[in-house]
Design a protein around this ligand. Sequence first.
Ligand code: BTN
Length: 272
Amino acid sequence: MMTGRPGESSRDRVGQLRIWYPAVGSTMDVAADLARRGAPHGTVVRADVQTAGRGRQGRTWTAAPGSALLASWILRYSGGQEDVGALSPLVALAVARALNRMIPNAPIGIKWPNDVLIGGRKAAGVLLTSRATPAGMVVIAGTGINLQTEAICEGIVATSLSEWKATVPADQALDAVADSLGQVWCSFAERGSLKVEEVDEIESLLACRNEVVTLESGDGMLTGTLEGIAADGSLLLRTSATAAAVRIRTGEIVRGPRPTAPMSRDGCRILS
Ligand code: BTN
């Protein structure tokens, strides 16, 4: 369990120390460097511009200056590496809750493991890295939220908050994510997995739930019905090969039930 000053929870400390840069290569690298130099749990690094922004699966992440919330959060965890997979959908849930506060009633969804959608289009992405140290795990959670349409590269199918009539300054978006990340972090730090209510909430937002999808995982391509998620963050896929649902810990949904759907910003098919 994280320790802090008496009466202070790890929730209170998420986003308490904020470091802003006009431009960096990637906030992931700046945060990792600060963490190595002892920056406390909850420190967040935000930049207006990234010249070498990264996405999942080795992709790049680009956004016009000031058009997106580009932030990386230093999260210190005393449990083991095996728990960190749960953070993928959990951080996505935190971002989804933050978006819901900024645009109430918008059709927000989560595409496993950690894309956040509005109206079926990607509005935010999460990138996680983790490193074991003698003092525990250091997780860097990168969150990129498209605030304005300029955040979206030409030819990419994605969405932004401004397309949903929300004008949200980056600082305000940061406040909302800090709050919801602090909320989910609190129980994760205690138990190392998702709470039942969090599993339920993620499943209620899950794109393609109960639909046939194709997943690219370490074991190759798998097709089956997307049933839900487990408390360790893995995806439950019912294939014809086994009676019980298969648990997928890492992977990517590459094809949904509508294979002719357009490509999203991360090169995946838009599934709904
Ligand atoms: C993805 O959907 O592929 C993940 C995108 C994560 C982008 C954010 S922006 C802030 C942080 N810095 C980076 O270089 N990447 C993450």
